[in-house]
Design a protein around this ligand. Structure first.
Ligand SMILES: [Ca+2]
Length: 186
């Protein structure tokens, strides 16, 4: 009996494209559009979150691996608003809720334009953050987020330093493509 299950496991592994079903990110390749990703920022009174469509746009000329599209993030601080890495930036929706206590592995390609060198990836509203260093070439990055609360959205934004945890945002421009998030067993 055990052998039968092993064989079935191997066959089903062959039939499934590797990892494709596991990606929780809705529209992680930006081929035709950037929705449902959206921009968000906090009013200076510290109380009201408002849409920030000026932060993100669809890049079609410089996408990863000559694909059709990428997400372009353009940030220049406006004194009328507050910006922190756990609540302002490009918001990425997940297709399902991942429970607190899990680790989320997020793999993506990114490229710095115009002085952006630290990219923060965070659970929206905090409780799981990481920062990577960008270069001016398309490079693959991987972070593991320790989720302290249930999670169905992430936020990508530019930070001034490599340090982990919540930071005020830094000005700059970056490109993002091929975003993949899976529950990690590591
Ligand atoms: Ca793409």
């Amino acid at each position: 009996m055990e052998k039968v299950w092993i064989v079935l496991g191997i066959i089903s592994g062959w039939l499934m494209p590797l990892g494709a079903e596991d990606n929780l990110v809705i529209n992680g390749d930006f081929e035709d559009e950037i929705e449902p990703w959206y921009g968000q920022k906090l009013a200076a009174d510290g109380e009201k979150f408002v849409p920030a469509p000026e932060l993100i746009s669809h890049e079609t000329k410089d996408a990863y691996n000559k694909s059709k599209g990428a997400l372009k993030f353009t940030f220049e601080k406006d004194p009328e608003f507050l910006y922190h890495s756990h609540n302002s930036g490009a918001i990425c929706k997940l297709s399902e809720m991942v429970s607190a206590g899990n680790k989320l592995k997020v793999v993506f390609y990114a490229k710095s334009l115009d002085g952006a060198y630290h990219l923060s990836v965070s659970r929206l509203w905090g409780g799981g953050t990481a920062t990577v260093e960008l270069s001016d070439k398309w490079e693959k990055h991987e972070v593991i987020l320790d989720l302290e609360s249930d999670t169905n959205a992430l936020v990508f934004a530019l930070a001034p330093t490599r340090q982990e945890g919540i930071q005020k945002l830094a000005d700059g421009v970056f490109l993002l493509d091929q975003v993949n998030a899976t529950v990690s067993t590591k």
